[in-house]
Design a protein. Structure first.
Length: 610
């Protein structure tokens, strides 16, 4: 079972010296003079663990924060910070040992109720894994949630309760809480919480209960009316399986045709683009051929004109007299062969121009021939593209004809599956409402019996054996046959109840009971805080009181030595000095009550002037 461990108790305040005790992981002894704050330490620990109130002492005046350091079961240190008189507890996920100024990690409340979700008790019970445990509060079997104070009461014993005649298992002598206290003892000894038992509804609750049943019946009838078939859920699930199988097969066929159709459409799109490009290129070439043909005819016309000019120039040069038709010279300025010479020059110029034009025409004809080849090639390509396009169009049309019925069948299958699933959902809701109605029927029934409230005999025998062994180890005379009475919550020894003994024996029996219970729980991995805080466990009366046994120094020494073997953490507060060997083995605080050594829990200078 997870356990808690106390790290330190600290009082801090602005301008005040820190008052602090640090607890050993095994045994811490706080002893010394009376009126030095020893019992106040125990009461402060109880207050920090969810106590309702703390009676402040004069030495605590001016201190604004109480810090309790705790190691959680996983070893994580946390610090609870609470102001005197406040119900707010600030949680810090760190080990803080002086005045706290940092922002807390969580805000808790010291007051724990059944509705509490952020209380100190809820937080620590959660760490102990005990949230949700139930304890019985009356003979009818009514229960409540376990509170942390139920466990702290058994692990932390103040001086007042140590010697009080109230049985150690009970928190008070009042009858009201005795059933719960005994149920807590059963829980820590067995680890089993109480079951929640219904006590039966009253008249008003029965009317509400009947109304709920009527409403549930109407809802169920309405849901039955919405069903489309009388098939059972099993038959509907089988039908859904068959439909699902058919859908998978249909999906495979539909996917095949769809993939082919998508591929064909993509190919047709690409083909259309290629056709458009080819047609565009063919149009450009044809337009260019038209322009080139006009140029060809222009070249041929130019050649014809040049030839005509050549012939006319020859005639003019030989038969015309008078002003020269070539240069405009008058006859008197012409030399004898002037006409022939001019004719030759004209013929040469015409021949030169005709040659250039002929070259241009030849190049143009070659280019036009190449373009004619391209036109034929592009025309053939365009024809092939149109052929391919026709084939793809026929393929797309065929696949679209195939897709139409496949999609229709798929729609029908999906609709049928939706109907089946809707009917199954209606059946599920009907079953849920039927379960609710069955629970309501059970809740309306009168309880058949009360839960068992006894602790098994073998469990009690084991606890009693540890209790007797503890008393024998301490060498307490006249305390034979020690036992815990589960019906009264009392401890008996030597044929007498603890309440009928003197203060010395009452304190010894209370201490022995607390120590034995802690040992039993720790050994059995049962619910327990894991630490033990005892205030004045062995009141040292030197003489018998009320026909009681004498508590001697020898018994006190054995008590302290027995604590060295305690498997948990123990904090002991006493007036008398422990044996020297125990002081050497334990973590000790001695409060002297004067200026020498440590005055008390609070530094001497914090005490008010007299």
């Amino acid at each position: 079972m997870p356990e808690l461990r106390l790290l330190h108790l600290t009082y801090a305040g602005a301008g005040k010296p820190t008052a602090q005790v640090v607890f050993d992981r095994h045994l811490t002894l706080i002893y010394g003079t009376s009126d030095t704050g020893k019992s106040f330490i125990v009461e402060s620990i109880e207050y920090m663990l969810g106590g309702a109130r703390l009676e402040m002492i004069p030495e605590a005046e001016g201190y604004s924060q109480i810090l309790l350091g705790i190691a959680l079961p996983d070893g994580t240190p946390v610090t609870l910070v609470r102001a005197p008189g406040s119900n707010t507890v600030w949680l810090h996920l760190a080990d803080l040992r002086e005045l706290v100024m940092r922002t807390p990690d969580a805000r808790l409340t010291a007051v724990h109720t059944t509705r509490s979700t952020h209380s100190v008790a809820q937080f620590l019970l959660d760490q102990l894994g005990l949230v949700g445990a139930q304890v019985r509060t009356n003979d009818a079997g009514r229960t409540r949630m376990l509170n942390l104070r139920d466990l702290i009461h058994l692990a932390l014993v103040t001086e007042t309760r140590m010697v009080a005649p109230v049985p150690p298992a009970l928190q008070s002598a009042r009858p009201a809480g005795q059933t719960a206290a005994k149920s807590v003892m059963k829980f820590v000894l067995t680890g089993e919480g109480e079951p929640i038992v219904a006590t039966g509804p009253n008249a008003g609750q029965r009317r509400v209960h009947k109304g709920k049943l009527t409403l549930l019946g109407e809802l169920m009838l309405d849901l039955h009316a919405k069903l489309t078939t009388e098939d059972t859920p099993t038959e509907l699930r089988a039908r859904r399986t068959r439909i699902h199988t058919t859908i998978e097969e249909q999906s495979a066929s539909l996917r095949t045709v769809t993939d082919s159709h998508v591929a064909a459409v993509a190919a047709r799109t690409t083909l259309t683009q290629d056709t458009a490009v080819t047609q565009g290129r063919l149009g450009e070439i044809r337009d260019l051929l038209g322009r080139f043909d006009l140029l060809r005819r222009q070249y041929e016309s130019d050649l014809a004109r040049l030839d005509m000019v050549s012939e006319v120039g020859s005639l003019l040069g030989y038969f015309t007299t008078g002003t020269c038709v070539f240069c405009g010279a008058e006859p008197e300025h012409q030399h004898p062969d002037h006409g022939q010479q001019e004719t030759v020059e004209l013929h040469a110029a015409v021949e030169s121009e005709a040659g250039k034009t002929q070259d241009l025409l030849s190049d143009l004809l070659v280019t036009m021939a190449d373009l004619d080849v391209q036109v034929r090639t592009l025309t053939d390509q365009l024809t092939e593209l149109h052929t391919q396009g026709s084939r793809l169009d026929r393929r797309i049309a065929t696949e679209e004809e195939q897709l139409a019925p496949l999609r229709a069948q798929m729609d029908e299958l999906l609709a049928a599956r939706s109907v089946v699933e809707r009917d199954l959902e209606l059946h599920a809701r009907i079953e849920e409402l039927d379960d609710v109605r069955a629970r309501l029927d059970a809740e309306g029934a009168a309880p058949t019996g009360r839960p068992a409230d006894h602790i098994p005999s073998r469990t009690l025998a084991a606890l009693d054996a540890i209790l007797q062994q503890t008393l024998d180890t301490w060498s307490i005379p006249g305390i034979e046959h020690a036992e815990y009475d589960q019906y009264s919550g009392e401890v008996r020894a030597g044929g007498r109840a603890r309440a009928g003994r003197g203060k010395g024996v009452r304190s010894v029996l209370h201490s022995a009971f607390s120590l034995a219970l802690a040992r039993y729980c720790i050994a059995g991995d049962l619910p327990h805080p894991g630490f033990l805080v005892l205030d004045s466990p062995v009141v040292t009366y030197r003489e018998p009181v009320d026909d009681d046994v004498e508590i001697t120094t020898h018994i006190v020494d054995r008590f302290y030595r027995d604590l060295l073997d305690f498997p948990g953490q123990a904090v002991i507060v006493e007036n008398g000095d422990p044996p020297a060997d125990i002081v050497a083995a334990a973590h000790c605080y001695q409060f002297t009550g004067h200026g020498k050594d440590r005055f008390g829990f609070f530094p001497a200078r914090s005490r008010p002037s007299l």
